[in-house]
Design a protein around this ligand. Sequence first.
Ligand code: PLP
Length: 307
Amino acid sequence: MRVLRLHPPKIEDIHHPLFEAQQVRVSVKREDGVHAIYGGNKWYKLQHNIQEALAKHHHTILTFGGAFSNHIAATAAACQELGLRSIGVIRGEAHYTENATLKAAQAAGMQLHFVSRTAYREKDSVQFLQSLQQLFGEFYLIPEGGANVLGAKGCEDIITKATTSYSHITLACGTGTTAAGILASCEPYQEIIGIPVFKDGSFLRKDILALTPQPNGVLELFTQYGFGGYAKTTPELVDFINFWHQQGLPLDPIYTGKAFFGVIRAIEVGYFPKGSRILFIHTGGLQGIAGYNAQQQKQASPLFIEN
Ligand SMILES: *Cc1c(COP(=O)(O)O)cnc(C)c1O
């Protein structure tokens, strides 16, 4: 059994005249730099799940995701390095293997199994799981996005001694699992701001709290930065992301770009008291830009700068 090689995440201070004007400081914890594929928040969510699978003597990991899923990419790459068989149940049609994320997952040895959107909605039913067992034999199941208690527990490690000096910790939310782990392990004086990357994300509060038996900090959600829905974008968001890329902060279109947009907007409107020290957790996702651009190109939409 091999061990994963991870680079320790750096915390970088970033600068912009706006921050000085509003008298706040902004830093980014570059979890994206930990590994090109399973860096970001995804290895944190996988680590205890994979340990549990090994403890239960499983050799196969099965999980779920969409065609651009960072979780699918991360699971495939991590399983390859650890010598585990991986199966990805993918929402949608097989022609999606055209995209960079799924190609890479397949190249890492993941077996892809495509199911219709209708079938995918039933993915947690006993019947569906039994049909998967008939197809693939025994496996350890990790839910979509690594969204379970073990996933949240793994994200507690994002908080370290180095993060204790910040007044606000901000991050993108999909399932809210990462925010849950951070909320459990942060300091009581810290405000954790989750930015859901889809419409009407206020329901996430109860999901996050369900995964956090003992919240430590204060939870806030900025729910107005969904940009019309999950994986939807606007020319304004493209410009924003490309601007920050040129400043040395690459962001992805689906998660970190929207979340950082929300942070900047909140600074502009004076949400943060003077003297605030704001930490943005870069949760990764940069692997998805190539596939996303390919789609944008088909619709002649503006493109994101790659790498
Ligand atoms: C998956 C993902 C998220 C969302 O994490 P949750 O724990 O589901 O909230 C945020 N950012 C990036 C880049 C991701 O890939």
